[in-house]
Design a binder for this molecule. Structure first.
Ligand SMILES: [Ca+2]
Length: 331
């Protein structure tokens, strides 16, 4: 290859990459700005401006779920917005599992693939894939997606959310009564995120304090064994004004154990983006009764996205702190 040809080729590839990467980025960012809580993310397909009718293109998309099993669908569109439902093609042992427009389950820490060849002598440029969107139906799912196109004129990256994981933060679920926390079924589902300083076992995960269920003995959030201080936190999908919270002990037939493991001294705090702000302090709360819900109210007019109870002492157990149920309330 002559120096001149190499130089020209480099210019074409560089020019194409710069133009289309920036176009992809602006498109992805615009869709996020359009709604932080959206369950949809858009992407464009690069290189189509160089379409010649004889040119065959390969398109490949990878979608990985990072946090949990994600129910999602991928939609592909022509330049005029018409949806493309062409089933993908498998090759070299890589299966094309995704059917455009149809629901797909992406299991935690796995990847699904879509691969399609299009264009060529019998297909006009207007029939090609110009843009797409991924619609996630699982709130809290964190999805990492990307891809590439490859053809006679070169290849280019399909950039989705700037190559960063994208989390579906939409939330249509609610908790019991006026509880601002939905009925949780894991630390991430259906909305927001529960976390704790320590967890004793999977049966005692942090979310079991937000599942609207007083479970049998030994369930509910437990700190790690022989840890008798710690915090339990809920991060909302969007900021909320909390002015009260309730706490319940675990459901133990042995009330003495339930009371001993219940919190005695704590602060209830909100995260302002830089530090934890104390909204309420309680000292020496010893009068716990099995299955009773205690309510604590305070003054607050600010919407915060994260709240936690930060416990420094329980009622005498050397084993755990336990909270069977916790609610965050608007009043
Ligand atoms: Ca519970």
């Amino acid at each position: 290859m002559s120096k001149l040809v190499r130089c020209l080729l480099s210019f074409v590839i560089l020019f194409g990459t710069v133009v289309f990467l920036s176009k992809d980025q602006s498109f992805a960012v615009a869709s996020l700005d359009g709604g932080e809580n959206s369950n949809t993310i858009y992407f464009t397909i690069p290189l189509n401006s160089f379409c010649s009718k004889s040119q065959v293109m390969d398109l490949s998309l990878n979608v990985t779920s990072l946090t949990n099993n994600a129910e999602l669908s991928i939609h592909l569109f022509k330049k005029n917005g018409e949806e493309i439902n062409t089933q993908g093609t498998s090759y070299d042992g890589i299966e094309s599992e995704i059917i455009p427009g149809a629901p797909t389950t992406v299991k935690k820490d796995t990847t699904v693939v879509y691969h399609l060849a299009y264009g060529g002598m019998y297909e006009n440029c207007s029939e090609r894939v110009y843009y797409g969107k991924i619609v996630s139906n699982t709130t809290g799912s964190s999805i990492l997606a990307g891809g590439w196109v490859d053809g006679a004129k070169g290849n280019a990256t399909i950039l989705i959310n700037n190559g960063e994981p994208w989390t579906n933060k939409s939330c249509n679920s609610s908790g019991e009564g006026n509880d601002l926390v939905p009925t949780m079924t894991s630390n991430f589902t259906p909305c927001g995120q529960v976390s704790a300083s320590t967890e004793f076992s999977s049966l005692n995960a942090a979310w079991t304090a937000f599942n609207d269920t007083i479970e049998s003995s030994g369930r509910g959030w437990h700190t790690e064994k022989n840890i008798t201080s710690g915090w339990l936190e809920y991060a909302f999908h969007s900021p909320q004004v909390v002015r009260a919270y309730t706490l319940q002990t675990q459901n133990s037939p042995n009330n003495t154990v339930s009371v001993a493991r219940a919190p005695k001294t704590w602060t209830f705090e909100a995260w302002n983006g830089q530090e934890w702000i104390v909204l309420d302090s309680q000292n020496n709360i010893t009068n716990w009764v099995y299955s009773e819900s205690k309510k604590f109210s305070f003054t607050n007019e600010k919407a915060y996205s994260k709240y936690r109870i930060n416990i420094t002492a329980n009622n005498g157990s050397v084993e755990h702190i336990v909270i069977g149920e916790m609610q965050l309330l608007p009043n």
